[in-house]
Structure formats: C-alpha cells, structure tokens
Write a protein that binds this ligand. Structure first.
Ligand SMILES: Cc1cc2nc3c(=O)[nH]c(=O)nc-3n(C[C@H](O)[C@H](O)[C@H](O)COP(=O)(O)OP(=O)(O)OC[C@H]3O[C@@H](n4cnc5c(N)ncnc54)[C@H](O)[C@@H]3O)c2cc1C
Length: 381
C-alpha cells in the first residue's frame, strides 16, 4: 500500500493551491457579498482546466482521474466553497452524465463548451415536493413527434442563474415511478423554459440557487440523454460520482477551519498565556486533526476505487457522510476556539461554519447516505 501521492497528483495540488490562495482566498468574502463568482474567476477556472477535469481530451477536457479532481476540489474549497461548488456541479453533475450516457453528437456539441467554461451547466433533479425521494417528482415529459413537451418545476438548482445547459429529469411514464424517469439536455433559450428567483442562503452565498419552470417546453427528441425511462439510473450514478466531489469539498472546508483555529490558538492569549497552552484547547485541536485525517483517507480511497474501475458506491457515500459531518464539527470547534471573534464576519471561520452546513444536505442528506450505506452492506443494491 502506497500512501504517497504521485508527482502528477502533487502537481494538481500545488497548482490548485496556488490559484486558490492567490485568486480566491482574498476575494471569497466579496463573492459572498455580491452573491456571484465574477466572470474573470470563472474564466480562469476554465483556463486552468478545472471545468473539464474528467472530460476526455478528445472533447476539450483534461482527462484527469478522480483523485486529481478530489485534490483540486479540496484545495479550492479551503479558500472558497462557493467557487468549488460551481466546479463540482460542472464536472460531476453535468459533464459526467454526458460523458457516460451521451451520444457522440451530444458529446461533440456540449462537452467542449462545458470543459472550457464557454458554457456552464446545471443539474435539475430536486422539485418543490421531492428531494430525497427523487422519484416522487411531478415534472412530466410527453413525446410529440420529434419533441418532448416538458411541464413542471424544479427547486434549488445550483448555477441556474448563468447556466446555458440544464440536465433535467422528468417523468415519461408517470405510472412507472422511478422506472418512468427520463433525462434531457435542455438549453437555456428553449421556449417554455424559465429560470425563477434566487434563494437567499445561509452559506455558499457566492453560488446561485434558483427555481426552474417548464411550461409546454419543447425539447428536441435528440436531446434525450440515455434511453427513455432509464433516467433515474443516470441520476443515481451521477450522484454516486458527485459525492466524491462534495466529500472533498467538506474535507477542504474542515482543513481550512482547522488551520484558522491552530493559528488563532497560538496568537490569542488569555490568563497570561496563549490559548494553545490550555490542554482543553489542545484536545480540541487533536480531535479536529484526527477526524480530518480519517476523512481525508475516506475521500482519497473513494476516488482511488473509482480510478481502479471498481464499484465505489459504498466508498463515496462513506466519504460524503463522514467528511461532511467532520466539516460541520470542525468548523463549529474552530468558531469556539475563536470565541466572540468566531461569530464576526471579518473572521474566516464564520463563513466556513456556514459553508460546511450544506455538505450534509445536498447530493443526498446524511440520512440518505446512511440508507445507501446500509443497502450496500445488506446486499440490497
Ligand atoms: C444550496 C443548495 C443547492 C442545491 N443544489 C441542487 C442542484 O443543483 N440540483 C438538484 O437537483 N438539487 C439541489 N439541491 C437540493 C438538495 O439535493 C435537496 O435539498 C436534498 O436532497 C434534500 O431534499 P429536500 O430538501 O427535499 O429534503 P427532504 O427530502 O424533504 O428531507 C427532509 C429531511 O428528512 C430526511 N429524510 C428524508 N427521507 C428520509 C428517509 N427515507 N429516512 C430518513 N430520513 C429521511 C432528510 O434526510 C432530511 O433531514 C440543493 C439544495 C440546496 C440547499
């Protein structure tokens, strides 16, 4: 067993860290306050290849492995989780299903635009009345000649404010439940499709999260992704891959919170000595570090399994569940170590505390991760 990262992986880390520390860290608060990632940053993400990491080179991507992707996500998230959210949606929730299930024509048409950042994408599964129970969706797609007519709405869709392409799930056979779901590639300017209001969120405030509406939205039949009524499987496989990205995001947030706490504990004095001299604070730091290292190896292991071409459903859910819970706990302790200052927006831990929270919710809540893990353990796949 070799725990040492390859030269190539170390290079991905160095480059991502340098970019994140120089370009994201100083501006992360500005992104939050303006509720958007500025165009120049989005453009740089494209130039660095971070918007098409797993897209094969033949379609304009980097063709990197899952471990490289996890490392990039970790480093970007240490500086700005809003930015890394845009990156993870583009890579796993939008490009992954096109790479895996797209026709050659769909790949040629969309992947080069997405991989370079000319277009951004969004993934639309959740609806006002169905989240964890994704098959409970109400949006329908009725075939009429050479188009599908979509009706319904979606909720909480990341990147929606500026995305040009939406991976949308709808019922083509409503009576068949999850066996009646199909997946469509919907371009933003398709008549009958509108993007609704932005949500005002607790964290990742630099991202856009909107509602979507489909009113007799006529999508060309050639934009069906995969086979009709096989869309639910596409959604689930996409989320299995996506969880590695969210787990890496959580890991990065936890590491950043730890770094801030470690620094602060050595600078701040109380009762005539640095906070770090108190055993109670040392124990907090030790607990935080132990949890972060455990999370790190779960994340890297899940990515490694994917890179080996092995089944990684169990590992990606374990990593997502544990790393997201660790991010929340570590960020909470980091705020505590900062005392009152941890509650003030000028201090980074305040943002990390809020950003950590979403990792336990999106791409499957912690409860849903436990259901997936239990199903794997019990052999009920
Ligand atoms: C900022 C943000 C960005 C998002 N981005 C996207 C996106 O880009 N695309 C997209 O499609 N969705 C997105 N989502 C939606 C997100 O994935 C859902 O919110 C999440 O899956 C939970 O669904 P829900 O909100 O409907 O909660 P519910 O499913 O109603 O769950 C409520 C509570 O009940 C628990 N629960 C539900 N079922 C069970 C069960 N069987 N056993 C035990 N507990 C259960 C849940 O764990 C949770 O604690 C986003 C959400 C947010 C907040």
């Amino acid at each position: 067993m070799d725990f040492k990262l390859s030269e190539e992986h170390e290079l991905f880390r160095r480059t991502a860290r340098e970019f994140a520390q120089k370009e994201l860290e100083p501006r992360a608060k500005e992104f939050e306050d303006k509720h958007k990632i500025p165009k120049d940053v989005l453009q740089k993400l494209g130039e660095l290849g971070y918007l098409g990491l797993a897209v094969p080179e033949a379609y304009g991507g980097v063709g990197a492995d899952a471990l490289s992707y996890a490392i990039v996500m970790e480093e970007l998230s240490k500086a700005c989780a809003s930015t890394s959210t845009v990156v993870t949606v583009q890579n796993t929730l939008v490009e992954f299903p096109i790479v895996e299930f797209g026709t050659e024509a769909q790949k040629r048409k969309y992947l080069p635009k997405l991989a370079t950042g000319e277009w951004f994408g969004a993934f639309a599964l959740t609806e006002p009345e169905s989240g964890s129970d994704a098959a409970g969706m109400k949006t329908t797609a009725r075939r009429e000649g050479d188009v599908y007519v979509l009706n319904g709405s979606k909720r909480f869709i990341t990147n929606a404010a500026f995305a040009r392409l939406f991976v949308v799930f709808a019922l083509t056979a409503p009576e068949a439940g999850n066996r009646g779901v199909s997946c469509f590639l919907v371009e933003r300017d398709t008549p009958g499709f509108t993007v609704g209001r932005e949500e005002d969120k607790m964290g990742i405030r630099g991202t856009s999260t909107c509602e979507l509406f489909f009113e007799d939205c006529r999508v060309p039949a050639e934009n069906l992704l995969g086979e009709e009524n096989k869309g639910f499987k596409i959604a689930m496989l996409t989320l299995d891959a996506g969880r590695i990205g969210i787990a890496a995001q959580a890991l990065g947030i936890a590491e950043a919170a730890f770094d801030e706490a470690l620094k602060y504990a050595q600078e701040r004095t109380a009762f005539g000595q640095p906070l770090a001299a108190f055993q109670a604070i040392q124990f907090k730091l030790a607990d935080m570090k132990a949890q972060i290292e455990a999370a790190r190896w779960l994340v890297y292991h899940a990515a490694w399994k994917k890179d080996q071409g092995e089944d990684y459903i169990l590992e990606s859910s374990l990593a997502k569940l544990y790393a997201s819970e660790v991010a929340s706990r570590v960020a909470d302790e980091a705020v505590q170590i900062h005392g009152g200052y941890g509650y003030i927006r000028d201090y980074k831990v305040e943002r990390l505390y809020r950003d950590a929270r979403i990792t336990r919710i999106y791409e499957g809540t912690s409860e849903i991760q436990k259901l997936i893990i239990a199903r794997q353990l019990l052999g009920r796949k």
